[in-house]
Design a protein around this ligand. Structure first.
Ligand code: TYM
Length: 387
């Protein structure tokens, strides 16, 4: 979507994102409290902060998914990552959420590594992309997925399993369908024009492989919405359920409350391999502050947590404790907490998270192969859907 003040496509997010406008334009529904209560019934009364705080905020057919689940139907989750540059905290957000969903609903998770996409859209060589893919797979697995129920599909490596279905999908899309949706033009290379069909494959492939119509839930940052909006009708035409969409907001970049953290601007992003000093420096130097220009003024007028990057990071990622978050909100707003104190608190939270994350990454490194697509894995997992 391109509007006067912002732009959101799968490849570019610029300006101040207006989520209300996106909801209208994309024709997606807000997740309401009724739906949240229904989810809670299946998660032992627990709601992930991403749902409770409206971070995963919009959906298509989540109610239908719950109807089916309540009748005993299984579903799987599909999400993905395009390995072009180092991963930042924002990239991790959907994966952290998917792991929670997997724990709560016990479902299979399919993760696409769209290495072909990044080769076709970015100025990178195949070798560079493949190297990045290896690093990214490790980062994703460090989140803690269940090795038996998680399948990683790399487009370059596993295209033979996907190609027939990609062609079936591509035949149902003509250039004028995709041109406006993805912003293609006459200069777009033809690989890029075909690529959307590849990203759509995994919303139907498990149903074909397991020979059963299985509901697919796709969590993603809202920039990926165009694929799945188009996909829904295609799935139906192919005789399968429409995929269920679950869209999330962007973790903002350091400089502003409404943009997107982006790897192409290193002063906007905290990367998974930033050192504790780099994290501290970036937050101190770049994190947009909702505080007043002087301490005296801040004490009198208070700060604005709703536009403060550090507070947003705590809300979106690093402070799961609601009572603590509320306390910080109140103290910052009243002027009791200073910007420097909020920054120090946030730096510690991020560095603690990254330290633990890197330990988990080291631990999972020898086990990567257990997660990669293989026929053996498929034959084992077939039983999930047999009942
Ligand atoms: P990629 O690699 O750009 O991003 C991976 C996932 O992270 C989301 N994301 C963010 N979420 C919150 N805050 C941010 N600042 C932020 N930046 C990125 C993206 O929306 C995405 O969900 N084409 C895809 C890879 C892919 C995929 C999929 C994604 C292939 N199949 C199925 C979702 C579902 C891509 O390049 O994502």
């Amino acid at each position: 979507m391109v509007s006067e003040n912002f732009k959101v496509t799968p490849w570019e997010v610029e300006g101040e994102v207006d989520y209300g406008k996106l909801i209208e334009e994309f024709g997606i529904n807000v997740i309401d409290t009724k739906l949240l209560e229904r989810i809670k019934k299946h998660t032992g009364g627990e709601l992930h902060p991403y749902l409770e705080r409206g971070i995963f905020f919009a959906h298509r057919d989540l109610d239908k998914l719950l109807d089916a689940y309540e009748k005993g139907e299984k579903f799987y989750i599909y999400t993905g990552r395009g390995p072009s540059q180092d991963m930042h905290l924002g990239h991790l957000l959907p994966f952290v959420f998917v792991k929670w969903l997997q724990d709560k609903f016990g479902c299979e998770v399919w993760i696409q590594i769209s290495d072909d996409e990044k080769f076709l859209f970015k100025e990178k060589t195949i070798d560079q992309i493949k190297k990045q893919a290896e690093i990214d797979i490790l980062n994703i697995l460090a989140v803690g997925f269940d090795s038996e129920k998680t399948i990683i599909v790399s487009d370059f490596k596993h295209i033979s399993v996907m190609y027939e279905t990609a062609c079936e999908i591509a035949k149902k899309l003509n250039f004028s369908n995709v041109k406006a949706t993805f912003g293609f033009n006459n200069k777009t290379n033809i690989g890029a024009i075909f690529y959307p069909a590849v990203q759509m494959v995994l919303a139907v492939l498990p149903s074909k492989i397991y020979k059963k119509n299985i509901l697919c839930l796709i969590p993603y940052g809202i920039d990926q919405d165009p694929y799945f909006r188009l996909q829904r009708d295609i799935n139906e035409k192919m005789g399968f359920y429409k995929p269920v969409c679950l869209a999330g907001v962007f973790l903002p970049g350091l400089q502003g409350p409404t943009g997107k953290m982006s790897s192409s601007d290193s002063s906007s992003a905290i990367f998974l391999d930033d050192t504790p000093e780099e994290v501290a420096n970036k937050i101190k130097k770049y994190a947009f502050s909702g505080g007043q220009p002087t301490i005296e003024e801040h004490r009198i007028k208070g700060g604005n947590p709703d536009i403060d990057t550090c507070f947003q990071y705590l809300k979106l990622f690093f402070e799961p404790d609601n009572a603590k978050l509320q306390e910080i909100y109140n103290n910052y707003k009243s002027g009791k907490m200073l910007t420097s104190e909020l920054k120090i608190y946030t730096i510690k939270k991020i560095n603690d998270f990254l330290e633990k994350f890197r330990q988990q990454r080291e631990a999972i490194q020898p086990r990567v192969n257990e997660f990669l697509y293989s026929e053996e894995k498929i034959n084992k997992n077939r039983k999930i859907y047999e009942t």
